[in-house]
Design a binder for this molecule. Structure first.
Ligand SMILES: [Zn+2]
Length: 198
């Protein structure tokens, strides 16, 4: 959240009071880590420690071949938590934040309050496809610059122009025309369409 990386040739990084770390690469260039709200964590691990560390904390990478519909179904099975909360849990699938969960559930046509374990096979398949779709669009647009997010070369992301539900409460749904609503799930602002997210 509000963290970013900036890459630059050695000695060319602009001053930044929110810079927390700089990594020097073998080619002599610098990668700076900016973390305004200090939510980030850095650990120095040996290669052989990495898999175990990540496996205990994170589910599959959503764009990795190992993240299958079956795997997602396993992770959601039996859970009473709202599907929105289950998808924010990084052990379900890695790297999904608030915006992309809302966008994915809209693409899937699944209501954020639905108990995660109550989704049928078609719903899970739709959510699986939708997660990848939302993330691929986000990557293509280089993320969303809502306040101060910057890409590694200092540019602005354009994902904010692609949002289907996030930040659009009160506006008509692009699929069915119903006015989008905003509520809270798992303590997070949640936008959805009461018309076509079942
Ligand atoms: Zn709708």
């Amino acid at each position: 959240m509000t963290g970013s990386f900036l890459a630059a040739p050695h000695g060319k990084l602009p001053a930044d009071s929110h810079r927390r770390a700089v990594v020097k690469l073998d080619d002599g260039s610098d990668v700076a880590y900016r973390d305004v709200r200090r939510f980030g964590t850095w650990l120095v691990l040996e290669d052989y420690e990495l898999d175990e560390y990540l496996a205990a904390r994170l589910g599959e990478e959503p764009l990795d071949a190992r993240f299958t519909t079956g795997r997602l179904a396993q992770r959601l099975a039996g859970r009473r938590a709202p599907v929105k909360a289950a998808l924010l849990d990084q052990r379900t699938v890695a790297g999904l934040g608030n915006i992309y969960v809302d966008e994915a559930l809209w693409y899937a046509g699944v209501h954020p309050f639905r108990p995660a374990g109550g989704l049928d096979a078609d719903d899970v398949a739709a959510v699986h496809r939708a997660i990848r779709r939302a993330l691929r669009i986000g990557i293509k647009r280089q993320g969303a610059t809502l306040s101060d997010y910057r890409t590694p070369n200092g540019g602005r992301g354009r994902m904010q122009d692609e949002f289907k539900v996030y930040g659009r409460a009160g506006e008509p749904c692009l699929r069915c025309g119903t006015l989008l609503e905003k509520t809270r799930v798992a303590g997070r602002g949640t936008s959805y369409c009461p018309g076509c997210q079942r």
